[in-house]
Design a protein. Structure first.
Length: 111
C-alpha cells in the first residue's frame, strides 16, 4: 500500500449527504440508480450508483451517505454524475454504502 501524508488526505472532500430522490438509470450499461443527494451548503448533487442488487429505491430515501465531492463531474450516458458515493464490496461483490451511525448535518466533512 502506498502511503500519503496528511495534507493529501485533507485535499479530498469527503462529505455526508442525505439521499432525497432516486430513479432507476435505464440508460446505464450496468444496472444503476440515479441519486440526488442533499449536501448542505454544497447544494443538491447527482450521482450514479450500481447498488441495485442489495438496495431498493424506497429504502434509499433519507439515508445519509459518504461522498467524494471534489472529483471532476463524469458523464454517464445522458446523466452527469457530480459526486462519488462511497461503499465497500461485500462477499458477493455488491457495494454496501458508507454511512454514519447517527445523523449529522448534511455537508459535514469527514475528519
Amino acid at each position: 500500500m502506498q502511503t500519503i501524508d496528511f495534507s493529501d488526505f485533507q485535499r479530498i472532500e469527503l462529505r455526508i449527504g442525505t439521499i432525497i430522490k432516486v430513479e432507476f438509470f435505464s440508460k446505464a450499461k450496468k444496472p444503476a440508480y440515479k441519486l440526488w443527494i442533499d449536501l448542505g451548503e454544497l447544494g443538491v448533487k447527482k450521482s450514479s450508483a450500481q447498488i441495485t442488487k442489495i438496495y431498493q429505491m424506497e429504502e434509499l430515501i433519507g439515508r445519509q451517505v459518504l461522498c467524494v465531492c471534489n472529483f471532476e463531474p463524469k458523464q454517464i450516458a445522458d446523466f452527469m454524475s457530480e459526486v462519488l458515493v462511497t461503499g465497500f464490496q461485500n462477499n458477493e461483490g455488491h457495494i454496501v454504502l458508507s454511512s454514519v451511525d447517527f445523523p449529522v448535518p448534511n455537508g459535514a466533512k469527514l475528519h
